[in-house]
Write a protein that binds this ligand. Structure first.
Ligand code: PLP
Length: 462
């Protein structure tokens, strides 16, 4: 986070805000809202201490979960709008940010090749997926939803919530939905919707979308792409130096609905997901009356096309500002950022392939890698124990901590690639690293060296 950049522009925002307020008759802030400045300082000090408990998500040596600070451009947009606190439920509550949301959502839709889509922002990917499945249920009442066993854990939960039967489909050796099993399910049951995950949360695997679309067509099913994590990699599949396989990303425009999370790879603070529908007429399902809110405009109020009521207008302002300053394009702005993340994963995967103390679980498709220490005795339980050991050793290094995450996978996935592993347990813990900051590309060698050292050390002390 470039705090100097923020320091330069935050006063500018405060001045603009004061100017706006001063256009209205002056009044005194009520005494009940007053707080003593000394107390503010002390509580802020306490806050500062408490926030130290966080892992350093901003640092290239944090290569654990899907976490990083928002871009300062987003912070400025969010901050400026938050001072007003508009609510994008209705144009009455947030006329300016409501329009920004429509512009930003239309631009997001166009990134995915949707020309006349219905699109809006949500609190996050979970709600965005819920909306897509809710529309899917309305179009195919009574039919099941199929998703890969590696789909986000909220899909089975959303199905439960919506009273839909969910069918988990086992995955292949790369963590992608197994097409043979999917086809069997389509033949034997009434499946209304297939959820294809574009970038699984665990491995960053992309379900084979072109083949899924072909199967869906034959069986009259909808296809919903959960691209919450991976969607923006469409930009990295294009332009001068594409670094991800374009097949899946080229197929996105043919999906019936898409979810993407600007708060994951779109540089935004939390609270920003997006759902889009290729056929805008599904907006009819959202139709409702609100006796409280829709009165100053005949234009579309965003609350009329979303399940949530209140939503932060500030989220829309943050995204709108970001997209103007950092174009969401293949060769400038976001594309080159994602390409660096992807190259970091390719580089680390190559280093692991050449390592004697680490094994790559699967080839990375995006910017997430999974690997495990190679013990002398290849029992799955031993792999789990050593993975945990490396995880803890790296994190607790007082000089130069490195932060990874761990992932539980079926041992059968390991055995497909490493038949010498004895499956003494059903699940195995492996190490996982999300390389979602462009700086990772320059620090991967150092990360690898540290992790390799830890792997050697835990293997020795086994
Ligand atoms: C993160 C994620 C979700 C859930 O999104 P939230 O924004 O955390 O609610 C859903 N699907 C996938 C593939 C994800 O990676």
């Amino acid at each position: 986070m470039d705090t100097r950049f923020l320091g330069e522009f935050l006063p500018h925002i405060l001045r603009g805000h004061e100017e706006w307020m001063s256009a209205y008759p002056p009044f005194e802030t009520d005494a009940t809202l007053a707080i003593a400045p000394e107390r503010v300082a002390s509580v802020l000090n306490e806050l500062r201490e408490r926030l130290r408990e966080n892992y350093p998500f901003f640092h290239p040596f944090y290569a654990g979960q899907m976490l990083k600070p928002p871009h300062p451009a987003a912070v400025l947009g969010y901050f400026a709008a938050m001072l007003i606190n508009p609510n994008n439920h209705a144009l009455d509550g947030g006329p300016a940010t409501g329009r920004m949301e429509k512009e930003a959502a239309a631009e997001l839709a166009s990134i995915f090749g949707y020309s006349s889509a219905l699109a809006h922002l949500t609190g996050g990917g979970t709600v965005a997926n819920l909306e897509a499945l809710w529309v899917a249920r309305n179009l195919h009442p009574g039919a099941a939803v199929a998703y890969s066993e590696h789909a986000h854990y909220t899909h089975p939960r959303m199905c439960e919530l919506l009273g839909i039967r969910g069918i988990p489909i086992p995955s292949d050796g790369q963590g992608r939905m197994d097409l043979t099993i999917l086809e069997r399910a389509l033949r034997s049951e009434e499946v209304g919707t297939i959820v294809a995950t574009v970038g699984t949360t665990g491995l960053g695997a992309c379900d084979p979308l072109p083949e899924i679309l072909a199967l869906a067509k034959r069986h009259d099913a909808r296809v919903h792409a959960d691209a919450a994590y991976g969607g923006f990699f469409r930009l990295a599949s294009r332009g001068d130096d594409p670094v991800v396989d374009p097949a899946v990303f080229d197929a996105l425009p043919a999906c019936d609905s898409i979810v993407v999370d600007p708060h994951k790879h779109g540089l935004q603070p939390y609270g920003c997901g997006c759902v889009m529908f290729r056929d805008a007429s599904v907006g009819r399902f959202y139709k409702h009356d609100s006796p409280y809110t829709y009165f100053t405009s005949r234009e579309l109020h965003l609350g009329e096309i979303s399940l949530e009521c209140s939503r932060a207008g500030a989220s829309a302002a943050a995204l709108w500002v970001t997209m103007r300053l950092i174009p969401f394009a293949a060769d400038e702005g976001l594309g080159p950022i994602l390409k660096r993340c992807r190259r970091a994963a390719l580089r680390w995967a190559a280093l692991i392939r050449g390592s004697e103390s680490l094994c790559l679980l699967v080839e990375p498709e995006l910017d997430i890698i999974a690997f495990f220490p190679t013990p002398g005795v290849p029992l799955a339980s031993e792999v789990s124990r050593l993975s945990d050991g490396v995880f803890r050793s790296c994190m607790s290094d007082p000089r130069k901590p490195v932060f990874l995450s761990v992932l539980r996978v079926r041992t059968s996935l390991l055995c497909r690639h490493y038949p010498w592993v004895t499956a003494d347990t059903e699940w195995t813990t492996v190490l996982r690293s999300v390389l979602m900051k462009p700086e990772h590309e320059d620090h991967v060698d150092a990360l690898h060296a540290r992790v390799e050292e830890a792997a050697r050390e835990v293997s020795r002390n086994r």
